[in-house]
Design a protein. Structure first.
Length: 131
C-alpha cells in the first residue's frame, strides 16, 4: 500500500491495539490507500491496483506473473498516475479517476495467508524515492 493515511484527517493511521490482522481495517475502515496486490493467485485474483476504502478497482493485470521465487516489484505514483511493474514488465497502470487523488502517507506491507497456509515473504533492497 502507498499513500496510506487516515481518511478523515489525511494524517497518521490509527491501528487498534487489538487489531487481529483482518483486511477490513485497510479496505473498509478509516484508512485510505492505493493497494497493489501482485502475488494473490491463492485467492484466485490477478495482480491489481485498487483504491481504499472500498476496494475501488482501478486496474488489473491480464495474467499471473509471480511464483514462489524472487521478484523485482516496483509500484509507483506520480500524482494521480499509478503503475505496477513485476520483473521489469509493466503489468498494471491507471489514473485515479476521482477529482482528487489521495494525499501522501505511509507505505505499508501486509501479508496474510489463506485459512490453509500462512503467508511469508522476504524483502530485500527496499527503495523508497521521491522524484
Amino acid at each position: 500500500m502507498i499513500s496510506a493515511s487516515d481518511k478523515d484527517t489525511g494524517g497518521d493511521i490509527q491501528v487498534p491495539a487489538d487489531y487481529d490482522g483482518s483486511f477490513g481495517l485497510w479496505t473498509q475502515g478509516n484508512v485510505q490507500n492505493y493497494l497493489f496486490a501482485f502475488h494473490n493467485a491463492a485467492h484466485e485474483r490477478l495482480p491489481f491496483i485498487v483504491k481504499d476504502p472500498g476496494m475501488e478497482p482501478l486496474s488489473e493485470a491480464e495474467k499471473h506473473v509471480t511464483g514462489e521465487r524472487w521478484h523485482d516489484i516496483e509500484v509507483g505514483r506520480n500524482g494521480a498516475n499509478l503503475s505496477m511493474k513485476i520483473d521489469g514488465a509493466l503489468v498494471a497502470e491507471t489514473k485515479d479517476p476521482t477529482a482528487e487523488s489521495l494525499p501522501g502517507g505511509r507505505v505499508c506491507f501486509r501479508l496474510r495467508g489463506t485459512p490453509d497456509a500462512q503467508a511469508s515473504a522476504w524483502f530485500k533492497d527496499v527503495v523508497i524515492r521521491e522524484e
